[in-house]
Design a protein around this ligand. Structure first.
Ligand code: SAM
Length: 246
């Protein structure tokens, strides 16, 4: 059903389930996408898989959809967090969008020593995450946590969760193959990827991070990447070795 409209709804989905539409959704489906009664579309809610639905009623201010059959089972991405320092807004939006497409379980914005005072609105980023999930066919929408201090996150770090520390100071210092092998050796399980801000990590942060036994430092090639490039590069590396791209 390529080209079929795919929409996230915050409503239970199941055999014969009816879904009343809010005005904005009705406007999008019937005003923008020009769907009419009898048309088919795909719905998902992040919990019940994806469902093929039919338009039962189409109106300017609302409408009604009915679930026909499940088209995709609920599938969660691997237990991978992307821990990242916000950068300029458009670039942060890009990080969130790519993380959903690449497959993460949770997005964890952090305030590190050199993070600019970039504000991040978790509700806006969640909307970006939903849009990305609608586009890429995901049935799961990662949580976007409220921003927190990196130091505090590390104070309470879950001991069983490995941390792939993308350390720009390692640039060119070790081969990507070494990074791959270290990932393979550490093996599957709960993981996180840490990407710093435009200003990189402070020496104090770097020393602390290298001191943890759950940390796996990695070089992402010999050049210094923008944070959003580094996020995609690290996610690619991790997904290819330990993730659901197998
Ligand atoms: N201001 C820093 C500098 O000049 O060294 C660059 C920071 S970079 C723009 C943002 C983040 O991307 C870094 O903190 C790191 O997490 C990641 N990164 C960029 N290039 C990398 C590389 N070659 N290896 C590992 N991580 C890298």
């Amino acid at each position: 059903m390529s080209g079929t409209v795919r929409l996230y709804v915050d409503h239970p989905l199941g055999q014969g389930q009816t879904i009343p539409l809010e005005r904005p959704q009705a406007h999008y489906l019937f005003g923008v996408m020009r769907l009419e009664a009898g048309a088919e579309l795909l719905l998902f809610n992040g919990r019940d898989g994806e469902w093929r639905c039919e338009v039962a009623q189409a109106g300017k201010r609302g409408g009604l959809l009915v679930c026909q059959e499940q088209s995709k089972p609920q599938a969660a991405p691997p237990d991978l967090w992307l821990v990242f320092a916000p950068v300029k807004k458009a670039r942060t939006d890009f990080i969130v969008e790519k993380a959903v497409e690449m497959g993460v379980r949770r997005l964890v914005p952090v305030q590190s020593d050199f993070t600019n005072s970039e504000r991040i609105r978790a509700d806006k980023q969640r909307a970006h995450a939903i849009e990305a999930a609608e586009q890429c066919g995901a049935t799961f929408v990662p949580e976007v946590a409220e921003i927190q201090k990196l130091s505090r996150l590390l104070d309470h770090w879950p001991a069983e969760r490995h941390l792939l520390f993308c350390d720009e100071a390692q640039a060119g210092g070790s081969s990507a193959l070494a990074g791959l092998l270290a990932l393979q050796e550490a093996g599957r399980g709960p993981w996180a990827i840490l990407i710093g801000p435009e200003g990189g990590f402070s020496e104090a942060e770097r020393a602390r991070l290298h001191g943890f036994d759950f940390t796996h430092p990695v070089a992402l090639g010999p050049r210094i990447l923008r944070a959003e490039t580094a996020a995609v590069a690290a996610l690619t590396l991790w997904q290819a070795v330990l993730g659901d791209w197998q």
